[in-house]
Design a protein around this ligand. Structure first.
Ligand code: GLA
Length: 666
């Protein structure tokens, strides 16, 4: 695979960057890549542009609604200058309207108020309802020299002042919400002032993490606004405005329940758009029109969607989208069976079987692995302010000791963990930080902690935590056994399997791990208040500007596993490096900053990584314009990277629509 960003970054710096890792640091073992992706890179502006076409057309599905006066004519529903998807960048060309795109997901919609941090069930449903200020997913296809910041979306352009402290952003004019209401700067202002900046709202973008402390927003006119930062920034900082952080919700709907505008409580505000009430109002290509809990979400095309193809056809091409509410593993099973259209194959338990089945001549999918972009880790909670009781405080204090974390890391037999997931060459040790498929990964800056029970025991002995009562479990100074309660998503089999292995391995060094399965729908809420001891999650860093607060000390309250802000000694080095990474214009400095982050995370065992694996994108053959080479996860998940609004199926291969001829009614 041509790893565009990495090659440009490395070629810019090959001569001069040598990160000094400590002399005792171990090297990562040799890695065997399984990546079979090959594709051509294109220019940044080759994917889509903004402009006006002479005439527009719509899905025949909408003709009757327009004829009946239920909808305005297509030209009146579109902005004067919609986004135009370039034909040359479509592998199968301009599409045919109609049919159903069939997703299967393991998540369940939490609610439609994404401004208050609610998710819609993952697996591409959030991204189907939401549209964001800028876009990251399709960047995997952009050639290295054009990799400057995010792609435009609702924000079509931006300019910086001379010292790069103020950026002025221009919104598309004439975009409408799915109920026809105009989208304008008031929606952006409401998102920023009443959600991001309001400490009572669990916004996905956290105050003070966008360009550091003290960033302010100013409204200039209906379609123009600016951010002013307290220090110079670069385009990279604007990546924070992509999915899932920079996606405004409908202020004309939500204000009524927000306490700043007379709403009764923040709880009511968060729950203002319950998952079982459809249709919500959105900007996305499809809008949920039916939700049968634990069964199905049906979405219909958004007649106001602001994108077209070069022939003037309004997008998307698919009239309907289904999200069958099942399990993550079933997503792959159904896609291989041909009853689902799309899967990020990411459940190692399915790999061997899927590879076999996909080799059958009548298989509806082909399997091509990408680089290793999925990695799992244990987050220990370092925050003392949110500890539940004295025991929790004592435990979390121990977590803050580097030698304790290194002991846990050395206690892991990562090869055995990998083989417990899937036999064969798939798994590779993960030390946390950038996964090997990240454009920012540097093996030389990654400190490996080889499996070494003796060393782990010596580190723990050195901390004075010994087994004082002879029951095989080491004791805290207070005399209590060291028992670490670790929560994981009950819907993720691959997490349970790894934890079984980790639990046995920790037992060998006298640490008792107690895995606890929790409902994945609420896992974010559980985390938010810091009321957990440890979490086991798939939480790789591929691009550091994406959901940064999940992984890095990028601002107050971040990362979420140290919300109180009493810093571990090395955290300030990560913060400083992250600040450089998003503010410098110099590629060599950016590489050095990424390497500093990686070295600090891995040398200090900031997280306890287990293994990383490659994934493969499975898309049914009847789906056109799915670009070969689309990675499962790079700048964003494949559901964004593949640009579903321009996918299509020839009329004779289309599935029957459940709600033919209808759209969301308000
Ligand atoms: C879940 C799935 C991923 C991807 C994302 C999209 O996390 O496991 O494969 O579909 O949702 O948000």
């Amino acid at each position: 695979m041509k790893n565009n960003m990495k090659s440009v970054l490395l070629s810019a710096t090959a001569c001069c960057i040598a990160f000094g890792t400590s002399s005792w640091a171990d090297d990562m073992p040799p890695e065997t890549s399984m990546s079979g992706l090959d594709y051509e890179l294109i220019g940044r502006d080759d994917l889509y542009s903004y402009g006006s076409l002479g005439a527009y057309s719509q899905s025949p599905d909408l003709d009757q609604l327009v004829a009946d006066g239920a909808l305005p004519a297509v030209a009146d529903r579109l902005p004067a200058e919609p986004i135009i998807m370039t034909t040359a960048a479509m592998v199968d060309g301009i599409g045919e309207y109609g049919g159903v795109f069939r997703h299967v997901i393991g998540g369940r919609p939490e609610g439609w108020n994404w401004m208050a941090g609610q998710h819609q069930g993952w697996g591409g449903i959030n991204m189907a309802v939401q549209e964001c200020l800028v876009r990251q997913g399709p960047r995997w296809q952009v050639r290295g020299e054009d990799q400057t910041g995010p792609l435009p979306n609702l924000v079509h352009s931006w300019t910086w002042n001379d010292d790069r402290t103020t950026v002025t952003l221009n919104l598309m004019e004439g975009v409408r919400w799915s109920d026809g209401d105009p989208f304008d700067v008031e929606d952006v202002r409401f998102w920023w002032e009443d959600n991001v900046q309001d400490p009572n709202v669990a916004s996905r973008l956290t105050a003070n993490t966008f360009g550091g402390e003290g960033t302010t927003m100013e409204v200039i006119d209906d379609y123009t606004f600016s951010f002013t930062f307290t220090s110079p920034q670069s385009d990279a900082v604007l990546e924070g405005l992509a999915y899932i952080q920079g996606c405004p919700g409908p202020s004309h709907i939500l204000k009524a329940s927000h306490p700043n505008y007379g709403g009764s409580s923040y709880e009511d505000y968060t729950g203002a758009l319950p998952a079982d009430i459809t249709p919500p109002v959105g900007l996305g290509a499809w809008i949920p029109v039916e939700h049968i809990p634990d069964e199905l979400v049906v979405m219909r095309r958004n007649p106001y969607y602001f994108k077209v193809d070069e022939s003037g056809q309004q997008l998307p091409y698919f009239d309907e989208m289904h999200f069958r509410l099942s399990t993550w593993s079933d997503r792959t099973v159904q896609t291989v069976a041909g009853t689902g259209d799309f899967s990020n194959m990411e459940n190692p338990g399915n790999y061997v079987e899927t590879l076999q089945q996909s080799q059958q001549p009548d298989s509806p999918v082909r399997v091509a692995f990408g680089p290793r972009v999925l990695g799992w880790l244990i987050n220990l909670n370092y925050d003392l302010s949110s500890a539940a009781d004295d025991y929790d405080t004592e435990l979390r204090t121990l977590f803050r000791e580097t030698d304790f974390r290194l002991a846990l890391s050395h206690a892991l037999d990562r090869d055995a963990i990998g083989q417990s997931l899937v036999r064969g060459p798939f798994a590779y040790p993960y030390m946390g930080g950038f996964v090997t498929g990240s454009p920012y990964y540097d093996a030389a800056s990654t400190d490996f902690h080889p499996y070494n029970v003796e060393q782990a025991n010596a580190l723990l002995d050195g901390l004075g935590v010994t087994d004082t009562d002879g029951n095989g479990v080491r004791n805290l100074a207070s005399g209590e056994d060291i028992e670490i309660d670790v929560q994981f998503d009950s819907g993720r089999n691959e997490e349970r399997r790894q934890l079984d292995a980790v639990t046995a391995q920790f037992a060998d060094i006298g640490i008792r791990l107690i895995p606890r399965a929790v409902d994945g729908t609420n896992i974010d809420t559980i985390r938010a208040g810091g009321a957990y001891t440890a979490l086991f999650q798939r939480r790789p860093i591929v691009v550091p500007t994406r959901e940064t607060c999940e992984s890095l000390p990028s601002g107050d309250g971040c990362p979420y596993f140290n919300i109180g802000g009493e810093r571990l000694p090395f955290e300030s080095d990560i913060t400083a490096a992250y600040t450089t990474l998003v503010s410098t214009l110099d590629p060599a400095e950016q590489v050095a900053a990424a390497n500093t982050i990686q070295a600090n995370i891995t040398e200090n065992a900031y997280v306890i990584g287990t293994v990383q694996i490659p994934a493969a994108l499975l898309i049914n053959d009847r789906i056109k314009n799915a670009h070969p080479g689309t990675p499962v996860f790079m700048y964003e998940w494949a559901e964004d990277a593949v640009m579903r609004e321009r996918l299509w199926t020839p009329a004779d291969e289309q599935e029957t629509e459940l709600y033919d001829g209808t759209v969301a009614e308000y």
